[in-house]
Design a binder for this molecule. Structure first.
Ligand code: CP
Ligand code: NVA
Length: 315
């Protein structure tokens, strides 16, 4: 049987923020905050009191490197009472041309959900279309929705509701930025993007943003983008799968976040970066290690928000 299949009762994929109702994303964030509060002070290895995913298994497939995504999903499942299987595309028959659709059908007979990091977004969609279990996007070339859910949570912990606030992005028009664009529409904040024209986000995303009626601008001037912002965000100049390293460094060096540029944002603005950071490239040490930096809260919040995502997918 080909084409989209029925998931289990109530079960859903988590592929892109653009596909969600705001109320669902708000509910996921609310649950993440509640779960974080409920286990404050507990050892990481201790399960949550309710263990809502007891007996459930999450398969994690990584075709690319990861520190945060891999560890935070693993710990998330343990704290929810479930377990994980860690797989790489290379050691599966996928590497010997078994189709992604057949892989989806087989995994659906063994595990309760799949989290996958694969650059090819269409293949992740195909996996989801052919699986009868939830599929979670753990980063593709197109987007990184779990990261930006953690980022919105981090912003709101520090600064209150993100609705109506201004976020500035300086740098590459990459996967993380795309999820920020989706978030700006869904959560109702202004997004000021500054990228070199050669590395701006792809047209389909700009068109989607334009038709949403949201306050999102795509420009090239980094100083103008950060002026008066509540939060300044950047990311690596060279993402996984990018090969034109020297060209990217040359195009992006004018977009570095240093103390001078950070000072153009509001006095109490925060700095965010999904990590891993390339210190001295997209951000200077004084900014990423300075008092406005929220980067390790973002990393921690991956754990809390993904617990809420897993629970939502498997409900
Ligand atoms: N931010 C993020 O996804 O980090 P990893 O690549 O370490 O998973
Ligand atoms: N844009 C980066 C994010 C890493 C978490 C990449 O895709 O490599």
């Amino acid at each position: 049987m080909n084409g989209p299949l029925m998931k289990g009762a109530g079960q859903k994929d988590f592929l892109d923020l653009a596909l969600f109702e705001t109320a669902t994303l708000d509910a996921i964030l609310e649950e993440a905050i509640a779960r974080k509060k409920a286990r404050a002070g507990r050892a990481h290895g201790m399960a949550d009191d309710d263990c809502p995913l007891q007996g459930r298994v999450l398969a994690m497939i990584f075709d690319k490197q990861s520190t945060r995504t891999r560890i935070s999903f693993d710990i998330a499942m343990r704290q929810l009472g479930g377990t994980t299987l860690m797989l790489t595309g290379n050691e599966m028959q996928l590497a010997r041309e078994e189709t992604i659709a057949d892989t989806a059908r087989v995994l659906s007979r063994y595990v309760d959900a799949v989290m996958i990091r694969l650059l090819d977004h269409e293949m992740v969609q195909e996996l989801a279309d052919n699986a009868t279990i939830p599929v979670i996007n753990g980063l593709t070339r197109n987007s990184h929705p779990c990261q930006v859910m953690a980022d919105v949570m981090t912003f709101e912990e520090r600064k209150g509701s993100i609705r109506g606030r201004t976020i500035a992005w300086c740098g590459d028009g990459n996967n993380v930025l795309v999820s920020w664009v989706h978030a700006a529409v869904k959560f109702g904040f202004a997004l000021r993007v500054a990228s070199p024209p050669e590395l701006t986000v792809r047209r389909a995303v700009r068109d989607w943003a334009a038709q949403s009626g949201s306050d999102i601008t795509f420009g090239t001037d980094a100083d103008a983008a950060v002026e008066g912002a509540d939060c300044v965000v950047t990311d690596t100049w060279v993402s996984m799968g990018d090969e034109d390293t020297t060209r990217r460094h040359n195009l992006l060096k004018a977009y570095q976040i240093d103390a001078r540029r950070m000072a153009r944002a509001k006095n109490d603005a925060i700095f965010m970066h999904c990590l891993p950071a390339h210190r001295g490239e997209e951000v200077t040490n004084d900014v990423i290690d300075g008092p406005q930096s929220a980067v390790f809260d973002e990393a921690e919040n991956r754990l809390h928000v993904q617990k809420a995502i897993l629970k939502w997918c498997l409900r």
